[in-house]
Unconditional design. Structure first.
Lengths: 231, 270
């Protein structure tokens, strides 16, 4: 389908991040990852548990199926039975992530959110990242503050980074970042230029487009008002 | 029967300069803003604020009353970055203790249980350990010999939380989907103050929610303040949602002392 948008490619790529996860909690920060989690559950990963963003697990038709207040979210994540897609203001080649601050923490140039749950997430369960603005300010040689730990610091699993340009994994001997696929219309050279560290490139393929059924679900069922394009 | 009803100013009169004060709620959700406003009107200073932070933290930073803030994040949900808190951090106006959200929970829980620490993996190998040299690790005494973070108890001099209903004796009821960590804030504190939307008779609790909503009971509460709208502009569902218009207006005053002063004059008068 030629009219597939970049955001729809990214939603599908986020969905694919949850492939094989089984009956665990799928958390997602941001519109595109959340749509990805819900798309995965509606298609190939029906056992995923997805919350409404507050304190209720809801199934595909919106029925409440469980109570998941923050207390239980913390318990679940420490149990390891969770995969989250978080944002990343900075990420390095081993998947260390920063959402705390830019500059020296003691007196930051820019205070951001704070570390939130990133340290606990990454040492307890699978974590992926969504970066809507791929560039050398985000994909940096070293993050200013390690909020979420990467592969080189003992993360359980940093599975993928989905950006607006491509999908990246860590399937290399030293778990450094590798270009898995470039989105349609994006060249490998463009991605390499927009990445501030040496990226393993290998035989990257084009990111898959959503199937007709996935596209129908995204457009007519999961996001009929098009919030994915306002994100 | 002890009648624990107080005014917000009565609560502030029980606080003192230099105290460590825990504030319940989460980001811009069910924050005890009526009690925070009473602090803002007072001369209290040099406070240490412990919070899953939102505008409570931003305002106490902007007023200069917070000397130190202990947090896992400071956010207003729909305004992800709390701008007044950001200014305080970026100008070095406050001392900061930045923790993983779960570490903060564990610190409160350890205090609640009178334990010196509770172990966790959260924080290991992250820069949370670098910036918090007070966090030490402990080795499991069992065969696994795993090294874990020993989160020290976070003792509070006072806890301030806002819940939907309470009776005169300090039994309370939360009617929204999430208690957040309000029970732990109360249990970690020497003095516990709850503001509520409405004071009701205990027999009326059952008409609004199940037994499970009576999580914070009078054994955990020293004072009750009836404060309708007392979480505004943060949310207090199902009584009311966040007031996004007022929150946006508050956020827009960051960096403009005149606009902030005008906003706060109006806000504190409400």
């Amino acid at each position: 389908m030629s009219d597939v948008t970049r955001n729809e490619i990214c939603v599908t790529a986020c969905a694919d991040a949850f492939r094989g996860d089984g009956e665990i909690m799928a958390s997602a920060m941001g519109v595109v990852p959340m749509l990805g989690a819900r798309l995965a559950r509606a298609t190939f990963a029906p056992d995923l548990l997805v919350s409404d963003g507050e304190a209720t697990f809801v199934d595909g038709d919106g029925t409440a199926e469980g109570w998941i207040p923050f207390r239980s979210v913390f318990d679940t994540l420490w149990s390891g039975r969770r995969h989250v897609i978080m944002g990343a203001t900075q990420v390095d080649r081993f998947g260390n992530q920063n959402i705390a601050c830019i500059g020296d923490w003691a007196r930051p140039k820019a205070q951001l959110l704070g570390v939130r749950g990133a340290p606990g997430n990454t040492i307890n369960h699978t974590t992926s990242y969504w970066v809507p603005n791929h560039g050398t300010r985000v994909f940096v040689p070293a993050v200013d503050f390690v909020s979420g730990i990467g592969w080189d610091r003992g993360a359980v699993e940093i599975r993928v980074v989905v950006s607006n340009l491509g999908v990246f994994d860590f399937d290399t001997p030293d778990h450094s970042m590798r270009l898995r696929s470039h989105h349609p219309g994006v060249s490998v050279a463009e991605i390499v230029d927009a990445t501030g560290f040496e990226l393993a490139v290998g035989d990257a393929v084009e990111t898959r487009a959503p199937t007709d059924e996935e596209l129908r679900l995204i457009r007519d069922v999961l996001d009929p008002t098009g919030t994915r394009d306002a994100a | 029967m002890t009648d624990k009803r107080l005014t917000a100013d009565d609560v502030v009169a029980e606080l003192a300069d230099g105290m460590t004060i825990g504030i319940g709620g989460w980001a811009s959700r069910r924050k005890p803003m009526a009690l925070v406003k009473a602090i803002l009107r007072s001369n209290l200073k040099d406070l240490t604020i412990v919070s899953y932070g939102g505008p409570d933290v931003g305002m106490l930073c902007a007023s200069g009353q917070a000397k130190k803030v202990v947090y896992g994040f400071v956010s207003m949900d729909t305004v992800p970055l709390e701008p007044h808190f950001r200014i305080a951090r970026q100008t070095g106006a406050i001392e900061a203790v930045e923790l993983d959200e779960g570490i903060l929970q564990w610190g409160l829980y350890a205090a609640a249980l009178r334990l010196p620490f509770l172990p966790t993996r959260a924080g290991l190998h992250s820069d949370v350990m670098r910036i918090n040299p007070q966090l030490r690790t402990v080795v499991s005494p069992y065969d696994d010999a795993e090294e874990l973070v020993a989160v020290p108890a976070i003792h509070l001099d006072a806890a301030l939380v806002h819940l939907n209903r309470a009776d005169e004796r300090g039994n309370t009821q939360f009617l929204g989907p999430d208690l957040y960590f309000d029970d732990l804030f109360c249990m970690a504190a020497a003095r516990r103050f709850v503001s509520c939307e409405r004071v009701v008779a205990a027999r009326d609790f059952a008409s609004e929610g199940s037994i499970h909503t009576l999580r914070v009971h009078r054994g955990m509460v020293d004072g009750v303040v009836e404060a309708p709208g007392g979480a505004r502009f943060t949310s207090c569902v199902p009584d009311y949602d966040r007031d996004e218009v007022v929150q946006s207006a508050y956020a827009a005053t960051a960096g403009d002392p005149d606009a902030y002063g005008q906003f706060m004059e109006r806000y504190l008068g409400e």
